[in-house]
Design a protein around this ligand. Structure first.
Ligand code: COI
Length: 368
């Protein structure tokens, strides 16, 4: 066992696996099916706080069947990526913002706050331990999944007194089988993902559970994702699938505001920053499905795309609603969508200047 630390930071211990796995070829990678050799663990107990940060060999968690997270879903997660640039450097994209967002999700579910600096170091420590797993082919990356679960063994409904924080990593390719090709999305006024005052802005298991039956129905109808409408009037656009949504109507780029029901996407924030850097007209405002469908009929709906860590920018080629189908940009990826995807990817892989300081380098251990 060794420790990964500098100055007076909390030490993170490292126990290396004795049975490393064969790594998959980059060309075989899809999303989240293969996991690396190590994981990060840290525990919380009331009175003691978060303690014992460590990198250990990847292994199943052993938990009692009465563990509260299994019954009441007191769980949060986040997701970020490490990229291997053409220069061999491994970069994390917006690690600090992801660490801070994990804490916001924790607050929404009564989970005790973590030290955001330590969370960020947990990302660096696990990627350093598994640096050989960071793929290098363009379009691939190492997806990092930090998660917190309630671990009290009890069936009473109450915030837990003990938690486990873990981080696992998965070498990934494209999130959708379509790759970065346009997807078809279906707006639903039958299912609801979140309402104000609920958990919509937290990255928590419950939101994903709430999305499944609508997603299944959309797939049955030949669509890739659901376009979520607000839970009250079922009229205003919220999100698409697990991503934030943006559209270009005429010369305005519109995205729904952060008003309590949608995730404060890190990619959403990065894209809005780039659009404003480029001097484009950007509105964070409520937009109804009727306005979007009308813009589509009028030929003004020029582009639409989803934004998220997993897929980065996902063009939308067709929108369905109440039996009507609108083709967007003749089903092709729009010029702005492509420009945004390329710009983000270039920063992530280190081929364009990182003028906003979004990336951080992971120091890889030197083997003597
Ligand atoms: C993302 O876009 O990064 C997501 O949230 C998808 C993830 C749940 C797989």
């Amino acid at each position: 066992m060794s420790t990964v630390t500098s100055s007076n930071e909390t030490p993170i211990s490292l126990t290396r696996t004795r049975a490393p796995h064969a790594r998959p070829a980059d060309a075989s990678l899809s999303f989240g099916k293969v996991f690396t050799d190590h994981m990060f663990l840290m525990n919380y107990v009331e009175g003691k706080g978060w303690h014992d940060p460590r990198v250990v060999p990847y292994a199943p968690l052993t938990i009692d069947p009465a563990t509260s997270v299994l019954h009441y879903g007191q769980a949060v997660f986040d997701g970020l990526k490490a990229f291997r640039g053409t220069d061999g450097t491994i970069r994390l994209f917006r690690a600090q913002r992801h660490a801070e967002r994990l804490n916001k999700s924790c607050a929404a579910l009564c989970i005790p706050e973590l030290d955001a600096g330590l969370v960020r170091r947990s990302f660096e420590a696990i990627v350093a331990a598994d640096h050989e797993w960071v793929p290098s082919t363009p379009g691939t990356s190492l997806y990092i999944r930090p998660t917190v679960i309630a671990t009290d063994v009890m069936l009473g409904v109450h915030p837990a007194h003990s938690y486990t924080y873990f981080v696992i990593c998965s070498p990934v390719g494209a999130y959708y089988k379509e790759g970065v090709k346009p997807v078809r999305i279906l707006a639903t006024d039958k299912h609801v993902r979140a309402v104000q005052g609920g958990l919509g802005e937290a990255k928590t298991a419950a939101n994903y559970a709430a999305s499944l039956s609508a997603q299944q129905e959309a797939e049955r109808q030949g669509y890739t994702q659901v376009l979520w409408l607000d839970g009250v009037e079922r009229r205003y656009i919220d999100e698409v699938g697990t991503m934030n949504i943006m559209m270009r109507i005429g010369d305005e780029v519109i995205t729904p505001p952060l008003a309590g029901t949608i995730l404060d996407g890190v990619t959403r924030n990065s894209i809005l920053t780039l659009l404003r850097d480029w001097g484009l007209r950007v509105s964070e405002r409520r937009i109804s499905i009727d306005e979007v469908m009308q813009a589509g009929r009028d030929g003004m709906l020029r582009e639409m795309w989803g934004t998220g860590t997993a897929a980065v920018v996902s063009p939308v080629g067709e929108l369905g609603y109440k039996g009507e189908k609108i083709s967007i940009g003749n089903g092709q990826t729009g010029t702005l969508t492509k420009k945004l995807y390329d710009a983000i990817i270039a920063i992530q892989y280190g081929t364009a200047p990182d003028t906003h300081g979004w990336t951080s380098t992971v120091q890889v251990p030197q083997v003597a």
